[in-house]
Ligand binder design. Structure first.
Ligand SMILES: [Zn+2]
Length: 222
């Protein structure tokens, strides 16, 4: 990933987006970039939506237990009002839980010179684009698509598989209800079926696991 340490022309800021399925390391990447900004002595503020009550109310925490203090907001407008004039870098986690006004807020911050870094799911449990992340990807200067490892076949995972029957788009707080899967192993209708949930363990018995082409978890950058 190319790091941006210098301001682009005209004193403008920019927008960076980090997307991928659950367990793809998005929050880890967000925290890494924020830490580097703090080392560079830039004033950093971190926000997350109130809907995300996993692990901790006041920290942004990755699945690998890295964490950074954050401010919890109800919506994007509240976020905008909480950004101090001297803040140079704004980090936003779980961007998919904000409404479409997050796009305008990120644009405003970038236009006034702030580096905005947003992490979030690019697709929902049905494999459909998860607004506002697709729109943010379109207006961002930089987009990182992060992949997890498919728990069924060991390939690169780009989808978030829901394992229970709920059809609600937002279902927070139970990581064991989800797993990362590749396009081929992803089943958007699994949650709707009135059958016993096929866990990855069951599927492993039926499928042969292909050789892993790459043992490290690669980041695909576009
Ligand atoms: Zn797979």
């Amino acid at each position: 990933m190319r790091e941006n340490h210098s301001q682009p022309g005209s004193g403008a800021g920019w927008i960076e987006v980090i997307v991928g399925s659950m367990f793809s390391g998005k929050t880890e990447e967000l925290i890494k970039r924020l830490r580097r900004s703090q080392i560079a002595k830039l004033r950093v503020q971190v926000f997350k939506p109130r809907i995300d009550n996993r692990y901790d109310a006041v920290h942004v925490i990755s699945h690998s237990e890295q964490k950074t203090p954050s401010q919890v907001v109800d919506n994007a407008q509240e976020l905008l009002g909480m950004v101090s004039d001297n803040t140079r870098v704004v980090g936003i986690d779980e961007g998919q839980f904000f409404d479409l006004s997050l796009i305008d807020v990120c644009q405003k911050l970038a236009n006034r010179g702030v580096r905005v870094i947003v992490a979030g799911l690019d697709t929902d449990w049905q494999g459909q684009p998860f607004e506002p992340m697709p729109q943010l990807m379109a207006v961002a200067e930089s987009v990182l698509k992060s992949n997890a490892i498919c728990v069924v076949c060991g390939g690169l995972a780009s989808r978030t598989q829901r394992l229970n029957k709920s059809t609600a788009r937002v279902q927070v707080g139970a990581n064991d209800l989800y797993e990362a899967r590749c396009r081929g192993c992803f089943d958007p209708h699994l949650a709707e079926m009135n059958l016993e949930v096929s866990t990855s363990k069951n599927l492993l018995k039926k499928k042969t696991v292909p050789k892993k082409k790459n043992k490290t978890q690669p980041d695909l950058q576009i």
